[in-house]
Write a protein that binds this ligand. Structure first.
Ligand code: PDD
Length: 266
């Protein structure tokens, strides 16, 4: 009767580790707290307990690169009722799996995306396990020979089914501002931080679908896929149809940051 199973009543995180060190661990745990607060569930573990669970899962450095999936549900009451009775203990689940190295073809050819209306709810900032819309969108992308579906609401880009979207125009990174319409991605935040540190201009502002279609470059960001260049959108080339110059620069910065994580330096 677990409410994760019955209602999708839970939240989750995906946290990558490199060489046994976690990338942006505190930011991930902060977002977990924010998701839990949104669904009014107390965090069953302290920060210190989470750190030790995660350490136990990936092992002591140096270890192979792994990502940890963790999920907390409201637990398993005796019967199905949308209103959860008091006194039910949350369920905590966590597992680690190897991070596959990126297919080298991605850096040379990029990936394809399709666009679709955003059919999700209005609390997309919550990293909820209710993901059937994302499952449908990813399937549509796959069926169209694409990696990801970029969604839009009222003519404005929101995000990918499982990633954030960044758009490059005139050497400036643009990405929709944080709101209830999208997940505050940790990779998105890191890409903007790296941009800031290295003097690359960026703007957090609403992006009309027409801007996406005319972009010089489009990037996707997520913990498991890092920052990816999109070279085809709805079957049309993005820019010149090749991974862009700015993406190449961002990827170098991102890979260098990962190396710092791997060495325990950040
Ligand atoms: N998804 N937006 C959505 C809807 C996502 O599901 C994700 C990540 C992101 C990127 O967030 P971050 O950079 O913090 O990973 C944006 C994870 C990886 C997943 O569901 O597997």
């Amino acid at each position: 009767m677990d409410r994760g199973f019955i209602f999708g009543d839970g939240v989750y995180e995906v946290i990558p580790s490199y060489g046994g060190y976690f990338l942006r661990l505190e930011q991930h745990l902060n977002r977990l707290d924010a998701s839990l607060a949104s669904i009014r569930l107390d965090n069953p573990l302290s920060r210190q307990e989470w750190r030790s669970v995660l350490r136990h899962l990936v092992g002591a450095p140096p270890t192979p690169d792994q990502s940890v999936y963790l999920q907390i549900t409201r637990g398993a009451p005796p019967r199905r009722d949308h209103l959860c009775p008091d006194g039910v203990s949350p369920t905590v689940f966590a597992s680690a799996s190897p991070i596959k190295p990126r297919d080298p073809k991605i850096a040379t050819h990029g990936v394809a995306c399709i666009t679709r209306p955003d059919i999700r709810w209005q609390r997309c900032e919550v990293k909820s396990t209710s993901l059937v819309a994302a499952v449908m969108m990813r399937r549509e992308a796959e069926d169209a020979g694409a990696l990801e579906t970029i969604m839009h609401r009222d003519g404005m880009v929101t995000e990918g089914a499982v990633s954030n979207v960044l758009v490059i125009e005139s050497d400036t990174i643009m990405t929709p501002p944080i709101s209830h319409l999208l997940l505050p991605g940790i990779t998105r935040e890191l890409a903007l931080l790296l941009a800031e540190e290295h003097g690359i201009r960026y703007l957090e502002e609403p992006i009309p679908l027409a801007t996406l279609r005319n972009a010089d470059e489009i990037w996707l960001s997520s913990s498991t896929r890092e920052v990816l260049p999109v070279t085809r959108l709805d079957g049309e080339p993005v820019g010149d149809g090749q991974p862009g110059q700015l993406w190449q620069r961002m990827d170098r910065l991102y890979q260098a940051y990962k190396e710092q994580v791997r060495n325990g330096d950040v």
